[in-house]
Design a protein around this ligand. Structure first.
Ligand SMILES: [Zn+2]
Length: 341
C-alpha cells in the first residue's frame, strides 16, 4: 500500500485576512505582497500590477499575497472536490474567500492494542477508523484509511478546552501497539514503541500539523480528550522525545516546573490533600489546561482517571492517578506556557 497524497497541487492561493475588507463597497486595494517563506529565497518589493486580475468588477490577486506567518486561516491547498452542475461551469481560480479556515484543527494519537493485520481489519471493516495507520513492520509505508477532508471514527465522546466531539475537527492517527496487560489487581503493564515506528509517527505528525497549522496544544493523546474511557497511546508513548527532537506537541519548561515544585513542597501540600478546596483547585487547573471534568471537590473516579491521563502524557514514570507535588507542578508549568486563548 502506498501512501496516497491526494492533495492535488500545492497551488497556494493565499489571501491576506484584512486585504479584502469592503471589497464590495469600494475599489479593491491590494496590500503589500509578502513572499511565501517556503519558496522565497529573497524578499521582493511590490508585485507588479500584472499579478492583479479583474473579474466581475472586483480585483483579485493571481498569486499568493499573504504572509502565512501572520495569517493562519487562509492557506489553501486547492479544493479537490467541486460541484459539477450539469450545463454550468464552477469557477474557483480567482474567488477564494479569505473568511475560511481548516476543519482539521486537532491531531489525535492512538494505539490500536492489536497487531498489524488485525489493526487493518478492524480499522477498515468495522465501525471504527482513523485517517492514518502507522504499522510496526519496519518498512517505510504509512497507510491512509480515510481522506483527510472526511471524518474518521476514532475519538468518540471527547472534549478539549472549548471543543467537543473531536471527530468533527481532528485527524486521527492509529499506531500499531499491543497496548497493555493488567495483573490480578488491575496494575497495567504497557508495551514499548519501536524507535522506527516513532520516527514514522513524528514525520507524519510534522507533515499534517504544518499543512493545517495545528498548534502544539491541539496535538493530543486519545486519553487526553477522553480520560475516563481511554488510556492510549499510554505512558510509553514518547511525547518528550517528540517535543525535544521534532518540536511536536507540548512539554513543560523544567525551571518553571522546579519553581512550582519548590513552592508546593515548602507549603502544606500533603496536609491539605483531602481538603475540598484543594481538590476543587486541582480540578480547576486540570480543566483550565484542557481536560473535560466536573468540579466536584472530591477525588472521584473521573478526577483520578483524568490525573492518570495527564500523567500518561506529561509524567509517565509514575502514572498512579494521584496528584502529587510533582504532577501538580508540571500541570501549573504547562498552564503558564500554554494558556487558553
Ligand atoms: Zn484511541
Amino acid at each position: 500500500m502506498r501512501k496516497t497524497l491526494y492533495i492535488i497541487g500545492l497551488s497556494t492561493l493565499v489571501f491576506s485576512c484584512t486585504s479584502q475588507q469592503n471589497a464590495k463597497k469600494k475599489q479593491y486595494i491590494p496590500r503589500t505582497p509578502v513572499v511565501q517563506p517556503k519558496t522565497a529565497t529573497k524578499t521582493t518589493a511590490e508585485k507588479p500590477r500584472s499579478q492583479i486580475t479583474s473579474e466581475h468588477g472586483v480585483e483579485f490577486f493571481t498569486t499568493n499575497i499573504a504572509d502565512p506567518a501572520k495569517n493562519d486561516n487562509t492557506t489553501s491547498y486547492g479544493s479537490i472536490v467541486s460541484a459539477k452542475p450539469a450545463g454550468y461551469k464552477v469557477v474557483k481560480t480567482y474567488f477564494p474567500a479569505i473568511a475560511q479556515n481548516f476543519r482539521q484543527r486537532y491531531l489525535i494519537l492512538h494505539y490500536t492494542a492489536l497487531p498489524d493485520d488485525k489493526s487493518i481489519t478492524v480499522l477498515t471493516q468495522q465501525a471504527v477508523s482513523a485517517h492514518y495507520l502507522v504499522n510496526n513492520t519496519g518498512d517505510n509505508e504509512i497507510y491512509q484509511l480515510v481522506d483527510e477532508n472526511k471524518r474518521a471514527y476514532h475519538a468518540g465522546v471527547s472534549t478539549w478546552r472549548a471543543d467537543k466531539n473531536l471527530n468533527d475537527t481532528s485527524i486521527g492517527i492509529e499506531i500499531v501497539n499491543a497496548g497493555f496487560t493488567a495483573d490480578a489487581v488491575g496494575k497495567r503493564t504497557f508495551m514499548a514503541f519501536d524507535d522506527a515506528q516513532v520516527k514514522k509517527v513524528a514525520a507524519l505528525v510534522k507533515d499534517i500539523a504544518a499543512r493545517y497549522q495545528i498548534p502544539a496544544t491541539n496535538i493530543l493523546a486519545h486519553s487526553d480528550i477522553a480520560p475516563t474511557r481511554k488510556q492510549d497511546p499510554g505512558p510509553l508513548f514518547p511525547w518528550k522525545k517528540l517535543y525535544d527532537e521534532y518540536q511536536i506537541g507540548m512539554w513543560y519548561d523544567e525551571a518553571t516546573k522546579q519553581s512550582f515544585y519548590d513552592l508546593a513542597t515548602s507549603t502544606d501540600f500533603q496536609v491539605k490533600y483531602n481538603d475540598p478546596t484543594f481538590i476543587f483547585n486541582v480540578q480547576t487547573q486540570l480543566q483550565k489546561f484542557g481536560y473535560g471534568l466536573d468540579l466536584s471537590g472530591k477525588w472521584d473516579d473521573s478526577t483520578k482517571k483524568t490525573i492518570e491521563a495527564f500523567q500518561y502524557h506529561f509524567r509517565p514514570q509514575n502514572s498512579d492517578g494521584i496528584m502529587d507535588a510533582e504532577t501538580f507542578s508540571i500541570l501549573q508549568a504547562l498552564i503558564l506556557k500554554y494558556p487558553t486563548k
